[in-house]
Design a protein around this ligand. Structure first.
Ligand code: HGY
Ligand code: MN
Ligand code: MN
Length: 412
């Protein structure tokens, strides 16, 4: 019997249809979790799965699970999946690839009537891109957010997560009862675009991920004094945005003082009251920082706060730092790395073992179950931009490696 393969045309059509939800004029997508575009995409996923005869359930924070039953129905399931939310004006493949490939794997297994011992579940995680908290949905599977913590989570626009959930008619009690016991999942595998240029530069088909970087984040607020922009001499101002600017120019130096792998980014700046002719009273910076070890991330947080305090002192300001919880760096399971590599090699694909500098739900999943990640090349290494691109041939190849890996896990 020939080896089971995905339906490449159906996978392509699913990715093209998904890209229409939140499509932007630049050819990318803006599909923030819990936005109207995200809700429409969820409804489409639900219809598509029901039409294929697959059962779908959604947990209290919006993670979706699509089930293909196995012979041992009470056996621990094999999970595969990713996310369908995007960054603002992001690409069509980040998360979408692993989500649509997981649904394709589920459909293919269901329609081929292959004898599975374990159930297979395609999982679509909520808010991976962290509009409200980085890796929100998968974090909620590792540990439920407390109602207090949920109430404090705010989105990029300053809106509250609880309001977004209630706006969709969701039950807040269920949103803080999402954790899954460690050991209740047999294994997790995620297919993703590389989002860097390593595979392309080395002409390799498949990346086998060895580890994923750890991520921290937080909101830094400098508070000064609003004044008239025309009448207040430069040396008498308490301008928080000038201190914020000084801090930002020091990011390369601060990260280098921690480790050669540390990175820090400010992708959102807010100023109050926000008028061209008013010296601001408040500057708010949303920071993202990462490194390969948790202790380095903690040291980086402290160094960033110290640099912020130095800038605040120079301008006679108050400074506040609200830290998000840290997502730990995570090694990928050794046996799953071997399984992925064997599946790829058996399909005639070249492989490379490599770390991931991007964050992924897999790093949370690795606390629940043995976890592995499959990368395919990203053209020019571009990602988090409408320029994100991978070839249909690479997409189909990656999906077939995913299918064989899931099949091995579900039949063992
Ligand atoms: O930000 C990240 O690394 C991921 O794309 N959420
Ligand atoms: Mn992303
Ligand atoms: Mn992603």
């Amino acid at each position: 019997m020939s080896e089971l393969t995905v339906d490449g045309a159906r996978l392509r059509s699913a990715l093209e249809t998904l890209a229409q939800f939140g499509a932007t004029p630049s050819g990318g997508v803006s599909r923030t979790s819990f936005s109207p575009a995200d809700s429409a995409a969820r409804a489409w996923v639900l219809d598509r799965c029901e039409a294929a005869g697959l059962r779908v359930r959604t947990d209290g924070i919006g993670n979706m699970f699509v089930t293909v039953p196995g012979a041992l129905d009470d056996a621990r399931p094999v999970w595969t999946g990713s996310h369908i939310d995007s960054v603002p004006d992001g690409g069509r493949f980040d998360g979408a690839l692993g989500s649509m490939a997981a649904l394709e794997v589920a459909c293919r297994l269901a329609e081929s009537n292959v004898a599975l011992r374990r159930p297979v579940e395609a999982v679509i995680f909520a808010d991976e891109e962290g509009c409200y908290h980085h890796l929100l949905g998968s974090t909620a599977l590792v540990r439920s957010y407390s109602p207090d913590e949920l109430a404090k989570l705010e989105g990029r626009d300053g809106d509250r997560l609880v309001d977004a959930l209630q706006g969709l008619g969701w039950d807040l009690e269920a949103a803080s009862a999402t954790a899954v016991p460690a050991g209740s999942v047999h294994a997790f595998v995620e297919l993703h675009i590389e989002q860097g240029a390593v595979l392309e530069a080395s002409s390799v088909d498949i990346g086998v991920v060895t580890s994923i970087v750890g991520m921290g984040g937080g909101r830094l607020e400098f508070e000064g004094r609003a004044d008239h922009a025309g009448t207040t001499p430069m040396n008498l101002r308490r301008d928080p945005l000038r201190a914020a600017g000084e801090l930002l120019t020091r990011l390369p130096e601060v990260t280098a003082s921690i480790s050669p792998t540390a990175v820090a980014t400010c992708g959102i700046i807010g100023v109050e009251p926000g008028a061209a002719n008013v010296v601001p009273s408040l500057a708010r910076l949303q920071l993202d920082y990462r490194d390969v070890r948790r202790d380095l991330i903690e040291a980086l947080e402290d160094a960033l706060f110290e640099a912020a305090n130095e800038a605040a002192d120079r301008h006679d300001l108050q400074v506040r730092f609200t830290r998000d919880s840290i997502t730990n760096p995570a090694p990928m399971d050794q046996r799953l790395q071997d399984l992925i590599e064997s599946a790829a090699t058996a399909q005639g694909r070249s492989t490379l073992r490599m770390p991931s500098g991007a964050g992924h739900d897999s790093q949370n999943m690795s606390r629940l179950a043995p976890t592995g990640m499959i990368f395919i090349p990203s053209t020019g290494g571009r990602s988090h931009s409408p320029a994100e691109h991978s070839t249909w041939a690479d997409i189909e190849a990656g999906a077939n490696v995913l299918l064989q890996t899931v099949l091995s896990l579900a039949t063992e």
